[in-house]
Design a protein around this ligand. Structure first.
Ligand code: HEM
Length: 288
């Protein structure tokens, strides 16, 4: 019996794929950085805590990247990106598993204590739900599992990635203390990715144009700004007017609304180039 080892750097035809190699390298780079810092003693007094924050951050952002694949394919008419989604999703799972491992390591692998903490603290219980979802998705990410489950059931199961994204945002927000810029930026990106799917369904010809992507960018940026104002004024009791003012300039650095808006604008600009710029798709030969 021969076991087919995964060869993520090759495409379905078995050819080396520069795009796959680039994405694989990008997925491995943060882990390489962590190993390097661990080996050179750069991690500070509580190395496991540091590793845990970094693995959690990467798990969540890689998950957001996997959720952005479908909108990017539609906005940029970039079909080649779709086969990379599974690799990116498995990458998110790997960082999430390392994140949980880091937590257990920080408690000296006292698993009874770890389980007790997860049961007791809401943000950890929510994080655990995220690990469970990502484990189910990673375990069913092979071609064999797609065949075994059948396309429709597999797709329905893999829609749980949307819930995993929401779980990551809530877990990230709940563990943040005063600075919620990271969680609110992620919330804006998650909302953008979800709204992009809704817009696609509402669009009669299923191909939203640059104006739609522009509107989505603005809506997601507003949502991220509103989330930051609500969180900081409602829960942390900072004056709402001050947080609002910070969103109108960049004197206090880029706020979540700015980052989400810029990311959304990049997608809209790509859509514009694909529609009418030098990268515009030529109509298929023979098409009316
Ligand atoms: C049982 C599962 C999990 C446990 C026990 C756990 C635990 C933790 C802990 C203890 C922190 C640090 C809190 C602090 O610094 O005070 C943290 C932060 C974080 N976790 Fe998790 N987590 C879990 C699952 C997840 C999952 C599934 C994701 C994402 C997919 C995630 C993403 C994050 C992020 C983004 C942070 C913030 C990192 C930062 O401060 O930059 N976690 N987690």
């Amino acid at each position: 019996m021969t076991i087919a080892l995964p060869r993520p750097w090759r495409d379905r035809a078995g050819a080396l794929s520069p795009l796959r190699i680039a994405v694989l390298a990008a997925l491995c780079l943060p882990a390489a950085g962590m190993f390097f810092d661990l080996a050179t003693g750069e991690l500070g007094a509580r190395p496991f805590e540091d590793l845990q924050d970094r693995t959690g951050w990467w798990a969540a952002w890689i998950l957001m990247a996997s959720l952005a694949v479908t909108p990017l394919r539609r906005a940029w008419q970039w079909a080649a990106i779709v086969p990379l989604r599974r690799m990116i999703g498995v990458g998110a799972f790997a960082y999430a598993a390392a994140h949980l491992l880091g937590y257990a390591a920080d408690w000296g692998f006292d698993l009874v204590h770890v389980a007790g903490e997860i049961a007791k603290r809401l943000y950890l219980t929510i994080g655990f739900a995220g690990v469970l979802i990502l484990s189910a998705l990673a375990a069913t990410s092979t071609d064999g599992m797609v065949r075994r489950l059948g396309g429709a059931r597999w797709r329905a199961l893999h829609r749980l990635a949307y819930a995993a994204g929401a779980v990551a945002v809530v877990h990230y927000t709940l563990q943040a203390r005063l600075d919620v810029s990271g969680p609110m930026t992620m919330a804006g990106v998650w909302l953008w990715a979800m709204a992009a799917r809704g817009v696609h369904r509402l669009d009669p010809d299923g191909r939203p144009g640059p104006a739609v992507w522009l509107a989505l960018a603005a809506a997601a940026a507003l949502a991220a700004g509103a989330g930051e104002i609500a969180f900081l004024s409602g829960i942390k009791t900072l004056p709402a007017a001050r947080v609002f003012a910070a969103n109108l300039s960049i004197d206090a650095g880029l706020r979540p609304s700015h980052v989400v808006g810029l990311l959304g604008l990049t997608v809209a600009a790509g859509s514009l180039l694909r529609t009418m710029g030098p990268l515009a798709r030529q109509p298929r030969r023979g098409a009316a």
